[in-house]
Design a protein around this ligand. Sequence first.
Ligand code: SAM
Length: 247
Amino acid sequence: MNLLLLTPDDFISSDRVQIRGRRLLHLNKVIKAKPGDSLRAGLLDGKLGTADVITISQQAAELRLALTDLPPPPLALNLILALPRPKMLRRILQATTSLGIKQIHLMGSWRVEKSYWQSPFLAADKIHEQLILGLEQAIDTQLPEVYLHPYFKPFVEDKLDAIAGDSTRLVAHPVATQALPSKPLDDLTLVIGPEGGFIPYEIEKFAELGFSAVSLGPRILTVEVAVSSLLSRLTVNLETSHSDTHH
Ligand code: SAM
C-alpha cells in the first residue's frame, strides 16, 4: 500500500478522515505510523496529496488531508482479455490497474472454461477489491472499469468495433508472423488470449475487424507474463507518444 486511498465514507469533516480495518492495520503493522507522520493519500476518483497523522491507535486513526495533485494520466489502452482462471484473474486485475489501464473487458472464448464465469471472484465487490489494491500499489486514484462479456460471438460482432473505435487494433498470438509495432501508438486496443490460446476461427473474427495478430517471439508465456510483457513494451510507446503531444 503505497497510497492511503480514501472514499467519501472516511470523512469526518472537510479535511479530516477516520480510518479503521485493513488500512489501519497496514498503517500500524507495516508503516508503523505515528502522530505527526505525513503519508501519501488520495481520494478515489479524485486528487492526490498528503495525510498527516493526528491520532492513531489499534481501533482507529485520524488524519488531516491536503489533496492538491492530479492523479497520473490514464493509459490510452483498452484491454480485452479472455477470462483467465480465477486465481490468476486477481493478480492480473491488480497488475493491469497498476499499469494505468482504465478499460478492462473480460471475454469468453472457445478455450475459456465455462465454469470460470461462476467464480465468486467475478462478483463486483471482489473485482473492486483487486482494483483498489492496484491503485494503492501505483499511487493512482482513477478506478478502472471492468466489463464482463461471457459470449465471444455477440461480443466480437456487436460490441468490439465500437470499443476499439479509432485505436490501433492488436491481438497477441504467439504463432503470429508479425512482430510488435515499434512506432509510438496513440491509442491501442489489445486482445490477450486464454491459457489454451485462441482458435483459428477467433483470430479470423478479430482480423475481420482489423485486428493484426502480433507475436512476442517463439516463447509461450503465461497469460500473466504475456500481459505484463506486452503492456510494458506498448506502454513505453504510448507514454512516449503522449509526452510528445504535450511538448
Ligand atoms: N497454447 C497457447 C497458444 O499457443 O496460443 C498459449 C496461450 S498463452 C498461455 C495465453 C495468451 O498470452 C496468448 O493467447 C497470447 O494472447 C498471449 N501470449 C503468450 N505468449 C505470447 C507470445 N509469445 N506472443 C504473443 N502473445 C503471447
